[in-house]
Design a protein around this ligand. Structure first.
Ligand SMILES: NC(=O)c1ccc[n+]([C@@H]2O[C@H](COP(=O)([O-])OP(=O)(O)OC[C@H]3O[C@@H](n4cnc5c(N)ncnc54)[C@H](O)[C@@H]3O)[C@@H](O)[C@H]2O)c1
Length: 427
């Protein structure tokens, strides 16, 4: 098929290269010329395992055509995916300015041939109708359907998730649009869930908010454990054997982070409020999560009793990505800086992005540089290299002994025996 992606970030670029590698003719449009140039040279503009190789292959075979011009891709494509950003706007709402701008550009370039326009960005219920209205108002000749087809990939495994999705949700009231999209997705061999447009728009927010809620729930229990001398790891073991609860997806820490969870929970809460459901669970969840990094920064400040040097390892919300958008580690570091701490930071992949948004910290070349002379060491992300930290060496390098284990990667007993003053989330 001939298709086009507008917005070539994590979602758009990954979707485009995977569908191009299956033999489709794929155009990718973006306003960021630097990204287009990089992709045209066969390079990924961000780190994502396996993406570079797929870009090289599909650009070389001309199945993937990166461009900043709209006319040909929109005129030629049977299916147009909108994959631009939907960051947090006012009062937690999703900021739809990129979506609206794209809808107008698509309208300007549509001919009379039938097209399926797909909202793949995460957008609040009612956005497909908004896109439809914008296009109809600008181009009364346009012949199209707007479909909601939310994306569920995870950064760090974006390529694998796109190649082997657990489900594909297609929200549409048009049989023609459903048929075309089902045909495009058939090679992915995933179950297709056909829904109304409104249901599809809610599914993405409901899925992310539920996952965030699991993290928010276990975070709360972890805080209680800290107060009463219990251990969240033991609690998780005990509750997990209940088959209704299960042992998967328990991640106590300094709160859920990443590009999607914080903004999606905030936007979901805003949707509840707009629907008249003011006292909703998601507003509380969002608030509790925003407070969490501050709580732990304060604990470190209290334990150190006066401003000292803290080394922070791990800036991204999870390993395998260089994306630091929405990372709780960044909020934690800012809280430390606000409390007068001297903060040295290191991350295996996220340094370049962190340098763009973090001020008043010392960026280190490697973990040893960060740890040297630190009074306290905080490990915020479970990068594999951090799991192998040599604690005997660290003891000699650090000035102080305070270790904060946000992800419970280390053995409290072992570190205490070595002479560290260990404290971890939920213990
Ligand atoms: N990143 C994820 O893990 C993930 C997962 C599922 C869903 N989503 C959702 O998918 C959407 C995109 O997320 P992302 O992480 O890929 O975003 P991103 O910020 O990485 O990419 C968005 C791209 O859109 C481009 N853009 C912005 N305005 C444009 C315009 N007017 N015309 C053309 N291009 C424009 C930007 O230059 C950028 O390259 C968001 O709604 C997000 O919530 C993201």
């Amino acid at each position: 098929m001939k298709i086009c992606f507008v917005g070539i970030g994590y979602v758009g670029l990954t979707g485009a290269v995977v569908l191009a590698s299956l033999g489709n003719q794929v155009w990718t449009i973006d306003i960021d010329q630097k990204k287009i140039n990089q992709i045209s040279k066969g390079q990924a503009p961000f780190y994502e395992p396996g993406l570079d190789a797929l870009i090289k292959k599909t650009v070389a075979s001309k199945k993937l055509i990166p461009t900043s011009t709209w006319q040909e891709p929109i005129a030629q494509s049977q299916i147009i995916f909108i994959t631009v950003g939907t960051p947090t706007g006012n009062n937690g709402r999703a900021d739809l300015r990129q979506i609206k701008a794209v809808a107008k550009k698509i309208a300007d370039n549509l001919n009379r041939r039938y097209k399926v326009i797909v909202n793949k960005s995460t957008v609040p219920v009612g956005t497909a109708q908004l896109v439809k209205t914008i296009i109809q108002n600008k181009n009364s000749q346009a012949n199209f359907d707007v479909v909601s087809c939310p994306e569920f990939l995870r950064e760090g495994s974006a390529v694998a998730d796109t190649k082997h999705p657990e489900r594909i949700v297609i929200g549409t009231d048009s049989d023609k649009a459903f048929k075309l999209l089902s045909q495009l997705f058939t090679p992915l061999k995933a179950p297709i869930v056909k829904t109304s447009i409104a249901s599809a728009e809610i599914i993405k927010y409901a899925a992310n908010s539920y996952l965030a809620l699991r993290i928010g729930f276990i975070d709360q229990v972890a805080s209680l454990c800290e107060e009463v001398g219990a251990d969240i790891k033991e609690v998780i073991k005990g509750i997990s054997l209940d088959s209704r609860i299960g042992g998967h997806y328990w991640y106590p820490g300094v709160g859920y982070g990443g590009y999607c969870f914080p903004k999606d929970v905030a936007a979901f809460a805003a949707t509840f409020k707009e629907a008249g459901l003011k006292d909703n669970l998601f507003s509380l969840l969002d608030q509790a999560n925003q407070n969490r990094p501050k709580i732990y920064a304060q604990k470190i400040a209290d334990k150190l009793s006066k401003p000292k040097t803290v080394a922070v390892l791990g800036l991204t919300a999870k390993p395998g990505t260089d994306d630091i958008r929405g990372s709780q580690a960044i909020l934690f570091i800012k809280s430390l800086v606000n409390r007068g701490m001297r903060v040295k930071v290191y991350d295996p992949k996220g340094m370049m992005e962190a340098e763009k948004i973090l001020q008043g910290v010392i960026f280190c070349q490697n973990q040893d540089e960060a740890i040297t002379e630190a009074d306290s060491l905080a490990i915020l992300c479970e990068w594999p290299e951090f799991k192998k930290l040599d604690w005997n060496k660290i003891k000699k390098m650090m000035k102080g002994r305070l270790v904060f284990d946000a992800k419970r990667m280390f053995d409290k007993k072992k570190l205490t025996t070595l002479g560290f003053d260990y404290f971890g989330v939920g213990v």
